[in-house]
Write a protein that binds this ligand. Structure first.
Ligand SMILES: *[C@@H]1O[C@H](CO)[C@@H](O)[C@H](O)[C@H]1NC(C)=O
Length: 498
C-alpha cells in the first residue's frame, strides 16, 4: 500500500548516515506528496517536507518550527483563497497542508528555507486545480484511481466481498428492509448517473450525514458506478448468518469476526478527513504534529481515558487504582454502569487528545465496539497496547501485532506483563511506535480513505446482477449549494469553458 513517496524517502535513507545534524540544506531537503499534484483533489491537500543537512543526512529532530516557509498563490488571481499550515512532526519532517476555498487555473507552491527555494520549488500545479466543493467528477474511474495513486487492492475489501459472489439489487431492496428495517437504523442508497438517492429506516438516522457527506464528496470528484447498497448506522455489525445461508450485504463502520458485514472507514475517521482544517481539530495530520515530548522524555505510566462503555474498561480502571504508578486510567463519563460510579469514579476532566502523547504507553480497549481512536493513537509518537478483540475497523486486519502494536488479552490478564515487557525492551517498543506511525501515514490519510471508499463501491457494483434503481420513497441527496466561490468545471463538455 506504500506508494511512490515511500520510494522517495527510501532513496534519501540510503544517502543518510547515522547521526549528526548539520546545517539545513535547501537543495538536499525533500518535498513530496499528493498535494503537489493538481488532479489529487482532497478536502485538505497535503505534502511532506523532510529536512536534510548539507552532508545529505536526514534530520531526525526538528530543525526549528519555522525552518521552512511555504507560500501558495494562484498566479492568475489577485487573491488566493487558500489556508496553509506547516505542521512540525518534530522528527525532521513536516506536513504542509492547505485547504482551498475556490478553484484556480493554476497554483504556485513555494517552499523556502532562509529565502532559498527547497528541492524543486517553486512547484507549479497546472490546473485547473479544483477545490473540495467543486462538482467536477473525473469521468474515467481508472484515470482518477491513478491520479489519486490508489493501491490496486485492499485485502479487507476482497475478504468482505468474498462472502457475496453476486448481489441482486432487486432482491436486497425487498429483503434487507424486511429483515432489519424494523429494529435497526439503516440507509438504503442508490447511486445512479452519479447522483445520490436515499431512503432511511429506523428512528435514529442522524448519522446518515457522514455517509451522505462522503458520497457527495466522491461524486464531486469521480464518476461513481451505478450501485445500490444498505448502510447500517448502528454500532454493531448486523449480518450474523453464515454461508450457505442467504447472506445480506450490509455496509457497517465496524466489523467483527462473528459477522459478515462489509466494513467501511468509520464515520469518525471519514468526518475528520472531510473536515480537516475546518470544523474538526483532531485529524490524522494535526495529531502527527502534536505528539508530545520526545520518546525519552515521555511519562512511563500507561495512559487511558474514556467512557464506561464496556466491562473491560471497568477492569482497567480497577487495575489503575491498584497500580497507579503503572497505569493511569480513568473515566471521563459514566453512562452504562452508573450504579458503579462509587467503585470506579470519580470521573475526571476531559484532556485534549494531544495530551495523551505525554505518555509513552497508550492503551486501546474496546468501547461499545472497536475504539475508533486507534487511527489517531497509531499516528502519535507513543506505543499502542491493543486489546485482542473480535471487533475491527477497515484497516485492523492489515496491522501486525508486535510490529505495529503490542497485543494484550481481551480480559486484560496479561496487560501488566506486556507493560513490563515494553519497559524492559525500550528500543523495541520505540520501534513498534514508529512502525505504527508509518502505517498510519501510509494507509490512513485522506487520500487513502477516498481510495478505499471508491474501490469498495466499484468492486461491489461489479457483483450486481440486476440494475440498481431509484426505489419508491427514495429522495435525492443534494449537493450543498452554499459555496462562496463557485467553480467552473472544465471536464463537462456541456458547460462553458473558462
Ligand atoms: C507520570 O504520570 C503519572 C500519572 O499521570 C503521574 O502521577 C506522575 O507524576 C507522572 N510522572 C512524572 C515524572 O511526571
Amino acid at each position: 500500500m506504500c506508494s511512490i513517496w515511500c520510494v522517495a524517502l527510501g532513496v534519501l535513507a540510503l544517502g543518510a548516515a547515522v547521526s549528526g545534524e548539520g546545517r539545513l540544506s535547501a537543495e538536499h531537503s525533500a518535498v513530496w506528496g499528493p498535494g503537489l499534484r493538481a488532479e489529487a483533489v482532497l478536502p485538505a491537500r497535503y505534502f511532506y517536507l523532510q529536512a536534510v543537512d548539507t552532508e545529505g543526512q536526514r534530520f531526525t529532530s526538528s530543525p526549528g518550527e519555522n525552518a521552512f516557509q511555504v507560500k501558495i498563490t494562484a498566479p492568475d488571481e489577485q487573491f488566493t483563497r487558500v489556508g496553509v499550515q506547516v505542521l512540525d512532526r518534530k522528527d525532521g519532517s513536516f506536513i504542509v497542508r492547505y485547504r482551498m476555498y475556490a478553484s484556480y487555473k493554476s497554483l504556485k507552491i513555494e517552499v523556502k528555507t532562509k529565502d532559498k527555494h527547497v528541492a524543486k520549488s517553486p512547484y507549479i500545479l497546472k490546473g485547473p486545480v479544483y477545490h473540495e466543493n467543486c462538482d467536477c467528477p473525473q469521468e474515467e474511474s481508472s484515470v482518477w484511481l491513478e491520479e489519486m495513486n490508489c493501491p490496486q487492492v485492499f485485502p479487507q475489501i476482497q475478504r468482505d466481498l468474498a462472502n457475496f459472489p453476486v448481489v441482486d439489487p432487486d432482491k436486497i431492496a425487498i429483503e434487507i428492509p424486511q429483515r432489519f428495517g424494523q429494529r435497526q437504523s439503516l440507509c438504503h442508497y442508490t447511486i445512479k448517473d452519479n447522483e445520490v438517492y436515499i431512503k432511511t429506516y429506523g428512528e435514529h438516522v442522524g448519522f446518515r450525514i457522514f455517509m451522505d457527506a462522503i458520497l457527495l464528496s466522491l461524486t464531486r470528484k469521480v464518476k461513481m458506478p451505478d450501485v445500490e447498497f444498505f448502510v447500517n448506522l448502528g454500532d454493531w455489525p448486523l449480518e450474523k448468518k453464515k454461508p450457505p445461508q442467504n447472506l445480506h450485504p450490509i455496509f457497517s463502520w465496524c466489523g467483527s469476526s462473528e459477522s459478515k458485514d462489509i466494513v467501511m472507514p468509520t464515520y469518525d475517521l471519514t468526518d475528520s478527513v472531510l473536515e480537516t482544517m475546518g470544523r474538526v481539530s483532531l485529524d490524522m495530520m494535526s495529531v502527527q504534529a502534536n505528539t508530545g515530548p520526545s520518546w525519552e522524555d515521555k511519562n512511563t505510566t500507561a495512559f487511558w481515558r474514556g467512557r464506561d462503555s464496556r466491562k473491560e474498561r471497568l477492569e482497567l480502571v480497577k487495575l489503575s487504582r491498584k497500580y497507579p504508578e503503572i497505569i493511569d486510567a480513568a473515566f471521563t463519563n459514566f453512562f452504562f454502569f452508573k450504579h458503579d460510579e462509587n467503585l470506579y469514579g470519580p470521573i475526571v476532566k476531559h484532556i485534549s487528545f494531544f495530551d495523551f502523547f505525554k505518555y509513552k504507553y497508550q492503551i486501546n480497549i474496546d468501547g461499545t465496539v472497536a475504539a475508533y481512536r486507534l487511527p489517531y493513537l497509531l499516528a502519535g509518537n507513543s506505543v499502542v497496547l491493543k486489546q485482542d478483540s473480535i471487533y475491527y475497523e477497515h484497516f485492523y486486519n492489515e496491522l501486525q501485532p508486535w510490529k505495529h502494536y503490542i497485543p494484550f488479552k481481551s480480559d486484560l490478564s496479561d496487560l501488566l506483563e506486556k507493560l513490563q515487557w515494553a519497559k524492559e525492551h525500550d528500543e523495541e517498543a520505540k520501534k513498534i511506535a514508529k512502525s505504527g506511525q508509518e502505517f498510519a501515514r501510509n494507509n490512513l490519510m485522506g487520500d487513502h480513505i477516498f481510495c478505499y471508499y471508491f474501490k469498495l463501491f466499484q468492486e461491489y457494483s461489479r457483483l450486481q446482477v440486476s440494475e440498481p434503481k431509484i426505489r419508491d420513497g427514495m429522495e435525492k441527496v443534494q449537493q450543498p449549494d452554499d459555496d462562496l466561490f463557485p467553480c467552473t468545471c472544465h471536464r463537462k463538455k456541456t458547460k462553458d469553458e473558462l
